[in-house]
Design a binder for this molecule. Structure first.
Ligand SMILES: *Cc1c(COP(=O)(O)O)cnc(C)c1O
Length: 396
């Protein structure tokens, strides 16, 4: 009997998760759930997914023993190299899976919102290779800031839909994408970008990311001759973290660390450390920890890593946190920048600012547990961040 059941039929992880959505769309989500359950074990679907993972994404991604970094930090650090995937991060793992699912369901178009553009680019890529039309909703402030990603999405054949409402950033883009989806949920597929949202999305996205942990488990045993003492991953919505963790959940002696962005400090709007400072409530169709104001509205958040500045977190993380299986850690913007430069100089790997949070925590953990074996998820590469870092935090 498994102690941590992450595949409950009702999508409830303890009290967390569920479907906080209008009754009118429940049948659509139940249909996605039913189809997915049938499909996921079908040999044809598995073969197709496997082919894309191997020949398109480039899986398995390696586990790399970072010897120079290990020497500096004083523990044995292994990095799961999701930065080496096609498009440079773990997001392609679930985007390929979601678009395959949408196609099998006979959906006519996939859509999603994007903030910095990472989810938009990964989804546009999957939609291109699978021949699926794709609409990406994006606030006009973000469009102006993220010119290269906007260009990428367009080149990949996606339609970028500018959102002019309110602050014209991620929150308004989510609302606009949801509005568009509600017009025709039968024919559209809302491709959620992390292990968040109403059931069954946290479970579906988790299943598509599980491969990260399954590969890493075999790889580290092959290289280190044993399982790691701890796992480390950054947590925005939580997809790269749960992907790695889910293959090790039942090994209670292995510590799991979810690294949240401590940003500039502990004040409202200065960080996005949801598990550490948040409280349970409803956001984006799920019950989970969130950073909220007195009315239950999502609070403003900040992180130097745009992929981490989300006021909620996946329901599986909330469950594992309350069960004391998942430990949470915070890393500030400044610590993240140090790790970004250090990994670049010492190992020749420029990490995404999101992933640099995980690397930074490896240093803290190594000080606490010298000589231990740490496996960290390097969720993405930092090419997207070099201009920003050079302008604001140069070391060159
Ligand atoms: C989007 C992103 C994240 C955060 O998303 P999760 O769902 O928490 O994994 C982390 N790292 C990179 C490189 C990203 O692009």
């Amino acid at each position: 009997m498994k102690r941590y059941d992450l595949s409950p039929a009702d999508g409830l992880f303890g009290p967390f998760g569920g479907q906080y959505i209008p009754d009118a769309v429940k049948p659509v989500f139940d249909d996605i759930d039913a189809t997915y359950r049938q499909l996921k074990d079908s040999p044809a679907f598995r073969a197709e997914l496997h082919r894309f993972r191997r020949d398109y994404i480039g899986r398995p991604s390696p586990v790399y023993h970072a010897r120079a970094l290990s020497k500096r930090y004083g523990a044995d650090i292994y990095l799961k190299r999701e930065d080496l995937n096609h498009t440079g991060a773990h997001k392609i793992n679930h985007c390929i899976g979601e678009v395959l699912l949408a196609k099998h369901m006979g959906k006519k178009k996939v859509l999603a919102e994007t903030g910095a553009g990472q989810h938009g680019v990964a989804l546009a890529t999957a939609a291109a290779v699978l021949g699926m039309p794709c609409d990406i909703y994006m606030g006009t402030v973000d469009i102006a800031k993220q010119a290269p990603n906007v260009l990428r999405m367009k080149m990949l054949g996606a339609r970028v839909v500018p959102v002019e409402q309110g602050a014209r950033t991620l929150k308004e883009a989510v609302d606009a994408a949801l509005d568009a989806y509600m017009q025709d949920p039968q024919n559209l597929f809302f491709a959620i970008g992390s292990v968040v949202g109403p059931h069954p999305f946290p479970s579906i996205v988790r299943d598509f990311q599980r491969i990260v942990g399954e590969e890493a488990r075999e790889q580290i045993v092959g290289q280190a001759g044993r399982l790691p003492d701890s796992l480390v991953a950054c947590v925005g919505g939580g997809s790269n973290a749960i992907g790695l963790f889910s293959a090790f959940l039942e090994d209670e002696h292995i510590a799991l660390y979810g690294v949240e962005p401590g940003g500039r400090g502990t004040g409202v709007g200065e960080h996005a450390a949801t598990l550490r400072y948040g409280s349970p409530g409803v956001i984006h169709g799920m019950f989970t920890y969130l950073l909220q104001d007195k009315k239950g509205e999502p609070a403003p958040v900040h992180s130097i890593a745009s992929g981490l500045d989300y006021p909620g977190v996946g329901p599986q993380h909330s469950f594992l946190h309350d069960a004391k299986r998942l430990r949470c850690a915070t890393i500030t913007d400044a610590e993240c920048i140090d790790a970004f430069h250090e990994l670049s100089r010492v190992e020749g790997i420029i990490p995404a600012l999101e992933s640099a949070h995980a690397v930074a925590f490896c240093k803290t953990l190594a000080e606490r547990e010298p000589g231990s074996v740490i496996l960290a998820n390097l969720s993405g590469r930092g090419d997207k961040d070099i201009d920003y870092v050079q302008e604001h935090h140069p070391r060159a």
